[in-house]
Design a protein around this ligand. Structure first.
Ligand code: HEC
Length: 111
């Protein structure tokens, strides 16, 4: 009985992680940016506005929106402005969807 309950709890826990996206820590995100020599932090900071909005503000704005991960990956790839003001983000056509997905997962955990 106890084991059944445990299995159920673990199962639900895994389901929750699956739907909310992978948990990516700040250390992992910053290591990935450094490793792949991405330029994100030239315009973004975690908790203050620079040329681009702070990643916390982005996380708060889009948290829980359906399909948002794909939309944000596309936006970073293509660049552009309009959601936060007139300053455009540069395009990032050479960054992989997987790496951008990891960064978007991280951004969406911020609050
Ligand atoms: C040249 C400066 C610049 C660089 C480099 C940059 N950004 Fe941005 N970013 C911006 C600006 C400006 C905005 C706001 C765009 C808008 O108003 O729609 C933005 C918006 C965003 C958003 C929110 C998009 C939206 O539509 O709300 C995400 C997510 C994001 N950036 C992630 C990244 C990531 C990840 C990288 C690195 C791969 C990166 N940015 C590199 C300037 C930059």
């Amino acid at each position: 009985m106890k084991t059944t309950l445990m299995a159920l709890v673990i199962g639900i826990g895994m389901l929750a992680v699956g739907t909310a996206g992978a948990v990516v820590t700040q250390e992992q995100a910053m290591a990935l940016i450094k490793d792949k020599k991405m330029d994100c932090m030239a315009c973004h900071a975690i908790d203050k506005k620079m040329a681009g909005p702070s990643w916390k503000d982005i996380g708060v704005k889009y948290k829980g929106q359906a399909g948002i991960k794909g939309k944000l990956i596309e936006k970073v790839k293509k660049g552009g402005s309009g959601n936060w003001g007139n300053v455009p983000m540069t395009a990032h056509p050479n960054v992989s969807d997987a790496d951008l997905g990891t960064l978007v997962d991280f951004i969406l955990t911020l609050k």
